[in-house]
Structure formats: C-alpha cells, structure tokens
Design a protein around this ligand. Structure first.
Ligand code: CA
Ligand code: CA
Length: 84
C-alpha cells in the first residue's frame, strides 16, 4: 500500500512539471498556433538574437516547436522560468 502511494506521488510530480512546461510554451506562443516565431520569442526574451533563434530552430522552418524550445532551454540558449 505504501509503495502504491509513492508511485502515485511520483506520477503527480511528473504531471506537474509537464504542465509547467506547457504553460510556459503557451505564454511565449502569443497567437496559440503551437509554434513560436522569432517575434513571439523576442517579446518574452528580448535578449534572444536572430542567430540564437536560428541555432534553436534545428529544422529551419522559421519557428520553434515545443521540442525545439525545450532543447534550446536544455542547451542554455533560451532562459528557463527558474532563471528568473
Ligand atoms: Ca505562434
Ligand atoms: Ca523549427
């Protein structure tokens, strides 16, 4: 029974962090189309240059999807919410 509760708590932590990432993506994605253009990114992170944006935009379609955004944050190219 205790083990079952621990598993439930673990799932809860995972779900919360996933929701937190989703909220951040929505915040940057001003028009809600699921992609973050350079204008949308710079509105939230004015320090992101076109060069940095292009580096994060690994498939070169001119916009960042959630996977590219998370990868950019993991590389330290895009500030994460915890950076303040
Ligand atoms: Ca958008
Ligand atoms: Ca892209």
């Amino acid at each position: 029974m205790t083990k079952f509760i621990v598993i439930l708590l673990g799932l809860g932590v995972l779900a919360n962090s996933a929701i937190a990432m989703g909220e951040k993506a929505i915040e940057v994605d001003a028009n809600g189309d699921g992609l973050m253009t350079v204008d949308e990114v710079q509105a939230v992170y004015p320090d992101i240059t076109a060069e940095v944006f292009a580096e994060v935009d690994t498939n070169n379609d001119g916009a960042l999807d959630d996977a590219e955004m998370i990868m950019g944050q993991e590389k330290g190219l895009i500030p994460t919410p915890s950076d303040g």
